[in-house]
Design a protein around this ligand. Sequence first.
Ligand SMILES: Cc1cc2nc3c(=O)[nH]c(=O)nc-3n(C[C@H](O)[C@H](O)[C@H](O)COP(=O)(O)OP(=O)(O)OC[C@H]3O[C@@H](n4cnc5c(N)ncnc54)[C@H](O)[C@@H]3O)c2cc1C
Length: 363
Amino acid sequence: MQKVIIIGGGVIGLSIARQLSKGPYHISIIDRSTPRMNASYAAGGMLGAQNEFFEDTPLYRLAMQSRAMMPDLARQLYNETDIDIEFQSHGLIKIATNKQDIAKIQQQYSFLKRDDHRIHWFSNAELYSMFPHLSLESTAAFKIQDDAQINANLYTQALTRSVSTQNNIHFSPHTEVLHIAQKSEGYEVSTSKGTMYADILVIAAGAWSGKLLNNLGIFIHTHAVKGDVKLIETSFPLTQATLFNTNGCYIVPKKPNRYLIGATSEWDNWSTTNNKNNLKWLDDASQEMLPKLRHHRTVKTWTGIRPITTNEHPIMGKISDSLYVATGHYRNGILLSPIVGDLMAKAIQSDATALHKLEYFYQ
Ligand SMILES: Cc1cc2nc3c(=O)[nH]c(=O)nc-3n(C[C@H](O)[C@H](O)[C@H](O)COP(=O)(O)OP(=O)(O)OC[C@H]3O[C@@H](n4cnc5c(N)ncnc54)[C@H](O)[C@@H]3O)c2cc1C
């Protein structure tokens, strides 16, 4: 059996491992498991396949395919792990609260409407009944029915439990990769717990992928986009649909009367502590959408590091017969993880269709 090492136990590395375990491989996943030094546990969990796109691109098509895979995956993970990843499909309302952004969402609505007749642009009367405190002059919104959401933290836990039960996968948590070197056959991976060897190496280390690849003389730049997030609780229900403002603030309903409020975006900020001003911005921006949120109790706050590449597009695919990369999924790694896991696992098994689809993302 060929030995595969996957560096990174976030949703991307885990999804690749889960799919690859169906093939004749012995797979090791290595993750340093430092709290807050990842994205997957921190994410909002939106499956924004339509919300995030303004034009038809290969990534948009993958996002649509991936969103469609999630209900079935949620069932499989529940059967395998007893963890309910809380898939919810109450749609997403996209809101613009300034004139410049209204023009942008009008253009996005026209694009999305071509393939989805269920998308709904709100009339002034509808807007007023939902957001009576906002000025109709500078507010517009539409609803995407099919942009669902999950609990990203539980999803990452479920994937971890799922791969940990596979006979041919060994998960090494609390293990930091310190250096990687190419040898005449395969790779030598030096970790905080000793040296490991691989025939095939997969770099899926989120924002830290670029740094690891540099060890091998491959210069892909990955950056951090830090986000502050908070989870709040109210004593009454407010919205079933996700509310997503073009200013970057969103309100994602979780368990009854609990709302995940996200998220700030700070480039190349690798710190893992919450910034007070950022949390205040989350309060102000979410309460601008729903003033009743003023009466909330903060359940907890946290941060996460989104992985982004210099041109903001994911980089994924085959670097050589023995080296693969999947990183830079930025704001959409949860959404994209089912399809990325599938395509990357097939690519590693030399599936021509998967390799062809991924070519666009590794040039
Ligand atoms: C605040 C926030 C909100 C988000 N909201 C959404 C959303 O609503 N929908 C959506 O689709 N996406 C969202 N995202 C984006 C999504 O979370 C990411 O794109 C996705 O989680 C990236 O997964 P990953 O596996 O590539 O990276 P990560 O989850 O960061 O995993 C990389 C792993 O590599 C490990 N690692 C790195 N270097 C080393 C090393 N040297 N040795 C050992 N291990 C190492 C880290 O410990 C980490 O666990 C959000 C992200 C954030 C931060």
